[in-house]
Ligand binder design. Structure first.
Ligand code: GLA
Length: 392
């Protein structure tokens, strides 16, 4: 939908007013490598996508935030005086969570009418939630009068909204890249210090094919939270038995072996091993990308997938199927699941002139094995969230 059409849609819903209509947007992302280690003090390497969430908004002079979305019949009208009351909304709790957390952090939240439109598929592991949060935060903060934003703070507040309001214990990766990405670049982020580097995203003769399993698993959030607490348990046991590590990603494999016997449940050992090896792969991936050694980078993607499958056990039948099909297709030099896992998307590094063939074989084989179609996306590396100044 074009911006002007969206504004027309907005006017159809909310009518004319003398207040100015403003448009804000923020992107979804894929993570190249560094999975499930943002909350373990590791490095991550995400890229913001052209897929995004758009917010059309206007202040309304009341104490209500009214929200609609182009894809659902849901409508929400939340009072800015009791923002803590909307946690159970089926649609809209992420947005009101952001409003609530911003307000608690001292941002002025004022009444406004909002229309959402998104092209990030929901529940596909491409960070539709973070992109909604970041676009909402920019919109609410600016409309409340704070025009100059500290985007690191915005990312942290959005993560807090998801942790404390929605109850999903996510790390900082998605909100950070959605808020601060640079066009044409991937982002190498140290989740311990929040230092980051924009890395030119050039895959030479290759491109990233994103394949959506097209299955959303209801248990995703609880399985995610379970993985996170397993990591916390592993670290706690290690530190109770002589270790003094701030997080799992600062350990080496040799360190971990010393504590193996204390980690009585095998899964705890495996989770810790994933974190340590994934951190090492992510740091090496940065080196290979900078050197333009895309083949070595591709190999790391496959190793990362195997670790997510066997040690972190966060893939599942659909993602495993895509990986198994992908690595056998001519022109593919790397492949892995991306994002939280348990369904969602895979990224494969495919020779540019073999992409159509890749999609053809993938679709046919995936349908034969799983029974429904996968979806495909390609995208350039986009910039982080912002207000759109020239949409008229
Ligand atoms: C989800 C979370 C992120 C990160 C990834 C896995 O996308 O929101 O914080 O943990 O999963 O890498």
């Amino acid at each position: 939908m074009k911006y002007k059409e969206l504004v027309n849609e907005f006017l159809k819903i909310y009518g004319e007013s003398s207040e100015r209509i403003r448009i804000f947007e923020a992107p979804g992302r894929v993570n190249l490598i560094g999975e499930h280690i943002d909350y373990n003090g590791g490095h991550v390497f995400p890229v913001a996508l052209e897929l995004k969430n758009i917010v059309v908004a206007r202040t309304n002079g009341t104490n209500k935030i009214n929200m609609r979305v182009t894809s659902l019949p849901d409508r929400v009208s939340a009072s800015i005086n009791s923002l803590e009351d909307y946690k159970c909304l089926k649609w809209g709790n992420y947005q009101i969570g952001v409003a609530y957390i911003l307000q608690k952090a001292g941002y002025e939240i004022i009444g406004c009418d909002i229309l959402y439109h998104g092209t990030v598929p929901y529940g596909a592991g491409l960070s539709s939630s973070a992109s909604i949060e970041v676009a909402t935060a920019i919109a609410l903060a600016k409309m409340g009068g704070k025009e100059k934003l500290n985007m690191v703070e915005i990312a942290l507040l959005c993560q807090k909204a998801e942790n404390k309001y929605v109850g999903m214990n996510c790390g900082i990766m998605d909100q950070f890249v959605s808020a601060l990405a640079r066009k044409g670049h991937a982002m190498f982020l140290d989740c311990n210090t929040l230092e980051y580097e924009h890395v030119p995203f050039d895959l030479g003769d290759y491109t990233l094919a994103i394949t959506n399993t097209n299955t959303s698993h209801k248990l995703t959030d609880s399985q995610y939270n379970e993985r996170r607490s397993e990591c916390e348990r592993a670290l706690e046991i290690i530190n109770k038995n002589g270790g003094s590590y701030d997080n799992l990603c600062t350990m080496s494999i040799t360190d971990l072996e010393k504590y193996k016997d204390f980690l009585d449940e095998e899964v705890l050992y495996k989770r810790a091993r994933h974190c340590i090896t994934e951190e090492d792969r992510t740091v090496r991936a940065l080196y290979f990308i900078k050197m333009g050694d895309i083949k070595s980078f591709g190999k790391l993607l496959c190793e990362a997938n195997i670790s997510m499958r066997d040690d972190y056990q966060a893939t599942g039948k659909e993602l495993d199927t895509i990986f198994n099909i992908a690595i056998r297709i001519e022109g593919v030099i790397g492949s892995r699941m991306t994002g939280g896992g348990f369904g969602g998307c895979n990224i494969s590094l495919v020779k540019k002139d073999k992409v159509e063939k890749f999609k053809y074989i993938m679709k046919k084989e995936y349908m034969r094995i799983i029974g429904h179609e996968p979806f495909f996306y390609e995208s350039n590396a986009e910039k982080g969230g912002s207000e759109l100044l020239h949409w008229r």
